[in-house]
Write a new protein. Sequence first.
Length: 718
Amino acid sequence: MKKPPKSGVIIPWRLKFDLKMKLSLLFLITVSFVMQANSSYSQKTKISLDFGNATMEEVIDEIEANTEFKFIFSTKTVDLKRRVSINVRKATIKRVLDLLFGREGIVYELDDRKILLTKLEANIPIGTSDRLVVANKIQFQLSGTITDQNGSPLPGANILEKGTTNGTQADFDGNFTINVANENAVLVISYIGFGTKEVELKGQTDLSIILEESSAGLDEVVVVGFGTQKKLNLTGAVSSIGSEDLENRPITSASQALQGMQGVYINQVGGQPGNDAATIRVRGVGTLNNNNPLILVNGIEFSINDLNPNDIESITVLKDAASAAIYGSRAANGVVLVTTKKGSQKSEISYSTSFGLQEVISLPRVVKDPIRWMELYSQAQLNFGTSSNALVFPQSLIDEYSAGMLTDPYTYPNNDWYDIMFDPAFIQEHNLRFTGGSDKTSFSLSLGLLDQNGVLRSTDSDRYTANLNINSVMNKFVTIGGTFNFSHKKRDEPVVGISEAMQMIFKAQSYHPTKLEDGNYGMNFFDIPGHRRFRNPLALTDEGDSNIKNQKLFLNAFAEIKLPLDIVYKINLGFTNDAQRRKIFTPQIVLYDAKTKEPTQIQAGGNPFVTFQGQERGVDQRDDESQNWTVFNTLNWNKSFSDDTDLSILLGNSYEKFDQSYFTASNEGYLSNNLYELNAGSTNPVVSGTSTESSLISYFGRANYVLGSKYLFEANFR
C-alpha cells in the first residue's frame, strides 16, 4: 500500500555523473553499518541541530518534535527567550545539553526520555553522578556598544561567546550586556553587511566595538522586475538563492526551496505525496484575504510547485514596496521571481538520483492493551460517581474479553491501529539533463521522475516533468530564445480525505476489529456511548477511490533587439495551460458485528469535493481548466557616465488574458464498489459547468540613478 507522512524522515542517496565528449561511468557504492550496544534510548539516539541566533524555546521544541525526549522545567529556571546558536550533527543528548546549559548554571537530570532542568545554587564538580550533570556558574559580566565606522549604532548585532551557545543581541542603541565564563573569553560579533569580528576580553568589562562594512557579494547580479541589478545598487529589500543552494536537498516541491530565505516564512503543513506544497508568506500576513505572493517564472505568472526543483537556476524574492512596485497591486504580498536553467556551449549529460525511506516518527502515545483500556475507562467512571452496575465495561465483560483474546482474535482483537495504518514508504527521484550548443546557440533538455509512496494506506503520487530551453544569438543585434515546460502529476488518496482518515485512526481503539474471519469488515460487539457507529479506518482507506490528475504546460518565447542609442527592445510571450481532473468514487461500506454478524452501513463520505451526501455509492467527477496568455514589451536604456555613475530607464506595457472553465458531473445507483465510471450509475444525475474570461492591460516604468556608487535613486510607476 502507498502512504502520506504527517511527519517523516527522508534518507537520500544521490548519484551523479557527467558525459563529456566520451562517455565514462563511475558507480560508487558505499555501505556502512552502525551498531550500537547501548540499550537505553538516551544513549542510542543521535541528534542533529543547526540553529543560528534562535531562542531556547525554539531549540527545545525542535528536540521534542524529532525525538521522544520531554523537558521538565520551570520558566523561572530556564530563560526561553535567551538567544543561542548551536550546530551539531549526530550528537548524543548529553552533548547537546552540555552545549545548551553547560555555562548557564543549569543542572539537568536525564532519566531515559525525561530531562529535568533545575537551577544550580552552588558550584558542584562535573561528573559527581552518572545522571546528574552540572557546571560552574558564569562568573564574568561585561557590557559594550557596537557601531559602524561612522559611529552609528548597529541594533540587532549578534554577540556570541566563542566555542559556546551563550549569546545575546545588541539593543536599538547598539548596547549589550553578557555573562561569560571568565575574563579571557573571546566574543564573536557579527552583523548583516559587515565583516565578522572576534574580540579578546583580557579582563575588559566595558567594550566599544566597531564593525567594518563588507563588500563581499555586493557585485553579485540578482534578478529584479523586468531585468537584473547588482546587489550594490539595490534600493529595495531582495533575497535570492541559486541552483547550488538547491542541490542535494531532498525536497519534493519547489516551494520548499525557499526555506531559510531572510524575510520569507515557509510553512509546510503536511507531507501528503503530491500535496505537500509549502505556504509562502513574505514578511508576514498583510491582509485578511489572499496573502500569497505573485510568482513569475521567466517573467510569466506560473505556479512554482509545478516546476521540477532540478530545473530552477535561481529564485529571487522582492519583499518590500520599493522592489515590487513595478508589478502593481498584485505585488502587495511580495513577488517571487523564478529563473529556469539554460544551456551551455559545453556538451554534457548529467544524471542525478535519490532514494529515501519515509517513516512516521511522532504519533500520540496511547494505551494499546484493550484490557488496560477498559479498566482505566471503568476507573474513570467510578471516579466520576457512576454506579458499578452502570459501567460500560463491567468486570464480567473484561474477564470475557481477556479469555477470548487467547482463542478468538477476530471477535476479541488486540489491534495496533498505528501499525495497521502506517508503514515505511519508499520515495525515489530521477533527473536526466542534456546540455550543449555552440558559441551562438545553446540548449538544455531535462527529464524528471518523482515516485513517492505515502506512509498512510492508499496514498501515493507520481510526477513526470520535461523542460526544454533554447537560446540563440542570431547576429550582433538580435537574440531569441524560448522555454517549454510540461508536468504531469497523479495523486491517490482515501475517498474520505486525509483529515477524516487521520481522525478515525486516532479514534480507533485496540478492541475495534479490522476484518472478521470471513473477510468482511468488522465492528465491536458491545455498545460504547458515543462510539457505537465505529467507522473502520481500514475500510475508509481501502474502499472507494479518489484520484487527482493534473497536467501543466508552460510556453515562453522572447526576442531581444538592440536599437540605436543603446536602446534594447524585448518582447516576452507566454502561454500556460492548467488541466485538472478530480474523480471520486464513494463506496458503500458495511461493517458486521463481531459476534452476531449483524450488518451496519456506515457513512463513507466526508470529502469536501463530493457534491452529494448520504450512504449511496456514487461518482463525482470534475474537470477544471485555465489558460493564460501574456505579452510583455519593454524598452531599456542604460548609460554609464563613469565607473561609479550609471543611469538606467525602463518603459514597458503588458497584456494578459485569463480564461477559466469547469465541468462537473455526478450520479448514484452503482451496483458494486468495483464500478467507477459515470455510465455505470443510474440515479440522481447532476451536471453543471461554467467559464469566465478576463484581461489586464498595464503600463509600467522604472528609472535608476547611481551616483558615485554611494547615492541611489529609484522611481517606479505602473
